[in-house]
Design a protein around this ligand. Sequence first.
Ligand SMILES: NC(=O)c1ccc[n+]([C@@H]2O[C@H](COP(=O)([O-])OP(=O)(O)OC[C@H]3O[C@@H](n4cnc5c(N)ncnc54)[C@H](O)[C@@H]3O)[C@@H](O)[C@H]2O)c1
Ligand SMILES: [Zn+2]
Ligand SMILES: [Zn+2]
Length: 369
Amino acid sequence: MSMSTRAAICRRPGTPWEITDVELDDPRGGEVRIRFEAAGLCHSDDHIQKGDARMRFPVVGGHEGAGVVEAVGPGVTRVAVGDHVVCSFIPACGTCRYCSTARQNLCDAGKNAATGEFPDGTFRFHLDGEDLGGLCVLGTFAQRAVVSEFSCISIPDDIPFDVAALVGCGVPTGWGSAVHAAGVRAGQTVVVYGAGGVGSNAVQGARYAGAKNVVVVDPVAFKRDMAKVFGATHTFADAQAAHEFVVETTWGELADHAIITVGVLHDEVIANALAIVGKTGQVTITAVGNGSIDAGAGTFIGYQRRVQGAIFGGCNPLYDVPRLLGLYRSGDLKLDELITRRYRLDEVNQGYQDMLDGKNVRGVIVHEH
Ligand SMILES: NC(=O)c1ccc[n+]([C@@H]2O[C@H](COP(=O)([O-])OP(=O)(O)OC[C@H]3O[C@@H](n4cnc5c(N)ncnc54)[C@H](O)[C@@H]3O)[C@@H](O)[C@H]2O)c1
Ligand SMILES: [Zn+2]
Ligand SMILES: [Zn+2]
């Protein structure tokens, strides 16, 4: 048995998102069917669509989403029909080496993120006889998708779906980049490069962890204004101005942390970040792109600097997703303010254009059923 569902797909790198009906198989063992209610427009889907990140095509877009479990396959225990869920863009099997040592963001079950195929080599989306993978084996730009139960985290029924969707990627990625991957501590100076959907949450995480100075670099005035709402203490349009400020405010000691969350990673932002951190300073790279580190070993030795890559902000989705929603409830984490605009599924290309034009902290697709 299969059903039809509407989805935004990308057939080849460089072609726009196309809204079409695709065939969706029933859930098999360990899988669930979700009716997605909301999906976030993360920059990573745009990397896939542009062809500058690796992915199998054609692909059903979207790796940030929330919805309701509609059907479960055999043996599913983690969620039940009717549960409201957030989909984590990295699954957490719970038992692999990384899950069992509190590093669920590195779960071995995440290995098919760039193909969208299930562990047995099959796909649940089809179109005209062709298989389609969902981005991160999700596909939240579909009204309905079949996903692994390992990708699902049950949430309380009263959390709005649009804010919940963002806790599938952008919020934990940014917040965790500051709190887990960087390990920001009280009184520190933190510089965040790029205050979009991810960076705004790095700002919130850094502030909540107790940073004294949360310095934001973003060329877009609207992003800098919003960064203040999320807890930035100082904002700058360019890296040079931020550098001068940090030198002055730290009396030359420089920053403790630089966190890179720009839309497209490039060499220059890495060089700027390395130059702005002082002794034992750390650069945390969360942004995706073709940037490379062009620095002699001396950059790292004398000052004991470090560079740390971060996937999913080093979060443990099974713990951090409910925890972040708890912080939202208690007023310690701003989620409503992240959503600048809401779109219908057939407006997805406009949503991405608005992101690239600097108009949104985060755009969200609200699915119609
Ligand atoms: N590592 C992970 O787990 C992970 C997860 C999600 C997203 N990402 C990546 O994180 C990055 C950010 O994603 P997003 O959804 O927040 O994107 P976004 O487009 O919403 O935000 C990017 C921000 O960077 C700003 N910017 C652009 N160039 C800049 C520069 N030179 N200096 C300072 N700011 C600059 C933009 O104005 C924008 O505000 C993307 O590369 C995305 O693919 C990584
Ligand atoms: Zn994402
Ligand atoms: Zn695992």
